[in-house]
Design a protein around this ligand. Sequence first.
Ligand SMILES: Nc1ncnc2c1ncn2[C@@H]1O[C@H](COP(=O)(O)OP(=O)(O)OP(=O)(O)O)[C@@H](O)[C@H]1O
Length: 655
Amino acid sequence: MVAVDTRVETPSEQTRRPSPRHAKQSDTSRAFALIRRYHGANRPFVVGLLLLVLEAVTAVLEPFPIAYATDFVAGKAPSLREHGFPAVLSNERVETIVLLGLAIILIAAVNKGADSLSEVFLARGGRELGYNIRVTMYDRLQKLSMAFHDKRRTGDVLTRVTGDVLVVEEFIVDSLSNIVASALLLVGSLVALVMRSWQVALVAVVIVPVLALVANYFSLRLKRFSKDQRAKEGDLASTAQEMLSSIRLVQSYGRGHVDLENFSRQSDQSMRASLRIATVQAQFSFAIAVFEGLTIAGVVWLSFWLVETGVVTPGTLVLFVLLIQNMFKPSRKIVSEWYKVGKLIASTERIAELLERQPTVQDTPLSRPAPRLDGRLSFTDVTFSYRSELDGSEHETTTTGTLGSPAAGAVPRPVLDGITFSAEPGEVVALIGSSGAGKSTVAQLVARLYDPDSGVVAIDGTDVREFTLASLRSQVSLVLQETLLLTGTVAENIAYGIDEPDPERIERAARLAQAHEFIERLPLGYQTVLGERASTLSGGQRQRLAIARAFIRDAPVLVLDEPTTGLDPEASAQVIQALRTLIDGTTTLVISHDVELVRCADRVLVLDQGRIVQEGSPGTLAQSSGTFAELFGGPASAGRGDRTGGSADRSRGYA
Ligand SMILES: Nc1ncnc2c1ncn2[C@@H]1O[C@H](COP(=O)(O)OP(=O)(O)OP(=O)(O)O)[C@@H](O)[C@H]1O
């Protein structure tokens, strides 16, 4: 059932981006292409549409017994028996009226039955479509590279995955049946009119294009306003999400009122957008109602003249009025649903924009699974600059909302400029340098969170781009400054990223990470459920869980990015103790401002503005003049052999 798009994307697809003009021209076809691609089984749609045809046919038939009864009562039509119906009652007149009444009931029952059943079938199709789109979007979001995630606005993306998908889903469930049934009824009524009187049909033939023109005028306005409204809703969700994720900052700085003003301004804009839609809808309904009144009056005058001249019977006049009403009823429905077509198109555009986005970091058809790696890491003449995947007008429009805020037109300066170094298996290399020098960027290139603009990052002599992302990333462990813990138990958090965790393995990892003792003290030990941000744990405890997570993965390459920043000396000492065990025998890239941690390294690289400006063992660098000695102080610094060095001397604030 799931239509998750797991195709391997080729590099050529990466650059395939429609021009804004092209995208504008194909709004509707884009919407239908999306529905076609993700709708799942055909059966609910086929059966649903057949039932709609039955509904339309019965709706066209409904006025006929009423018209016949009118003529029969007025003595202008014979009894049904004269048409060859078998006699069922003794009174022929009563019999005709009863049979006509039964026909009205039967037609109405079939009509309503078909209507309800079609809704059931289309609901099934619509929900399946929504499910497929939602799961595919989730899958795509996981695959999109950091260049996308750096700039996207979470609230807006969430609105696309939830709100916009719901719009598409509900269009199929609620509106599609109304629109198709109404269109069929319109055509059916027109055909019935043509068959009964060409003169009256002429009136109807004039009505249809006028109706279409009026509908088109209003639908264009509705579409524009709905796009605007969806974008405003996305902005609103982004603002709310940002406030919630930075609630500590908001409260501690007492800036809640500023955020509130901002939120209420955006709410106001969203409300105004909704009101504009409601106003246009009301104008639309009013225009149609006036037009309907005029048309029915015209038909009544025309039919009256036809009755007077004996061309048609009074029953036919009733039939005409009912058929014309039959034409306006669906028109009114189409009008109200048309607004949803605009909404549908706006939402599908926003969904398609996300689904069509190609990750810049991805597997190629030539990628192969990495074997178990030894961990020989090398950077050769690596140059890199941050580029936004959101650059380009098709991604940054005012109508579909903002996925992010790229610095339009800014030429990115290289963040890394010709970086070359290597680390042997098991070697610990420390990266130091002032803030913004590019240390974290080097670390992120190892796990291919970004790809270099030029040069090669290799492990065991193979360019990391030749390995599949999953197999590469499973052999690189990251411990970052801010530990990301997920809602779930402590055990689940430690075992995150491995397929078959067993409790013994989890506990062994926790013991190695010096986390076992505090976990045992938690109310339910390893089964304690951590909240969204595990705010009940201290920074040091969270960090030791991250180290346990790295232990359990047993990856040959380890990247530590400021793992002790923000911890007090005691917590920091515990974390460093755990890290000493973790880095032993593992190729490690460590970025730290902590002298204790840097002393664990075999070699230190000093980065400045994206270049390596100094290189050597901690001991050697401490003896020579340069950034290292300035940052970490004098000759006391020693190499890896001095890992137990107990100086509490910290780096001198240069972050
Ligand atoms: N996602 C990003 N998008 C755009 N620019 C970025 C991004 N991340 C970092 N930069 C820029 O790249 C440069 C290097 O950043 P990086 O985080 O690698 O430095 P760093 O040496 O790790 O700094 P710090 O010690 O402060 O963490 C900085 O100028 C930073 O502003």
